[in-house]
Ligand binder design. Structure first.
Ligand SMILES: Cc1cc2nc3c(=O)[nH]c(=O)nc-3n(C[C@H](O)[C@H](O)[C@H](O)COP(=O)(O)OP(=O)(O)OC[C@H]3O[C@@H](n4cnc5c(N)ncnc54)[C@H](O)[C@@H]3O)c2cc1C
Length: 220
């Protein structure tokens, strides 16, 4: 009788590869697997990534901003705020490392900091999805879409690979080239905008002149 699939929850402490299988050590025991997908996010300890000295900051404001999406560029970062439920606004910023300390001096509570962020993954033997595969620039506002899309792609390619008895490295290569085809253009755009952030006034003027053009490019 075929084994029924089961879901186990818990923290993954380590993953070891032995020839044709992985040994996954979790706080609820060891699991043996033919395929491992790293979905542990931007701070994943499994897939190596090239970090940059930037941090994400999030906080809520008690006032609504109506129908507007406000966006700011400043020396050391950028970010925006938008109305959410309960008459509040959600504000998210990406700031350089040296600003994190200044933020701590001016605001003592009510905000969350995460990072350092990483946009590029380094070669590794895991199938990585979402932020574990390298963040899509938050400016694109597509991190969740990227996480869902790469997760769906990985699931389909792994299921097909197992059904066709492909080995793990073949499955991983198929996934990586498929995900890269879908996301490399967006990553290039993110890289361009990141480079332009060194000239915030030019960037802000460009957005003011042709907001629709840029937002179509970002959210195509
Ligand atoms: C400032 C900022 C603004 C953003 N704005 C937007 C936006 O407007 N729109 C948008 O779509 N995206 C936005 N994003 C990005 C978005 O939040 C992420 O891209 C998205 O959440 C990635 O999903 P994920 O599933 O890959 O990772 P996560 O959501 O980080 O999930 C990873 C999960 O893995 C768990 N985990 C980690 N290690 C282990 C372990 N060893 N064992 C077990 N579990 C583990 C973590 O606890 C976590 O629950 C923003 C990000 C930042 C920093």
């Amino acid at each position: 009788m075929a084994d029924h699939p089961s879901v186990q929850h818990g923290v993954v402490h380590s993953v070891q590869r032995h020839e044709k299988e992985f040994c996954v050590d979790t706080d609820s025991g060891k699991i043996t697997a033919r395929v491992v997908i790293d979905a542990a996010g931007k701070l994943s300890r499994f897939t190596r990534r090239r970090t940059v000295p930037q941090f994400g900051v999030q906080f809520y404001e008690e006032q609504s901003r109506g129908d507007c999406l406000d966006f700011w560029f400043f020396d050391g970062g950028y970010g925006g705020a938008v109305s959410v439920e309960g008459g509040r606004s959600n504000a998210c910023f990406l700031i350089n490392k040296d600003m994190v300390r200044k933020l701590g001096e001016s605001r003592t509570e009510g905000y969350r900091v995460t990072g350092p962020v990483a946009y590029d993954r380094l070669p590794s033997e895991y199938i990585a999805i979402g932020d574990a595969a390298g963040m899509v620039d938050p400016f694109c506002g597509e991190g969740m879409r990227h996480a869902l899309d790469t997760g769906i792609r990985a699931a389909a390619i792994v299921a097909d690979g197992l059904a066709q008895s492909r080995d793990y490295d073949q499955i991983r290569h198929r996934y990586e080239s498929n995900a890269s085809q879908r996301w490399s253009r967006k990553r290039r755009l993110g890289r361009l905008i990141r480079a332009m952030l060194k000239h915030p006034h030019v960037l802000a003027t460009g957005f003011r002149l042709h907001p629709e053009y840029w937002f179509r490019k970002l959210w195509d």
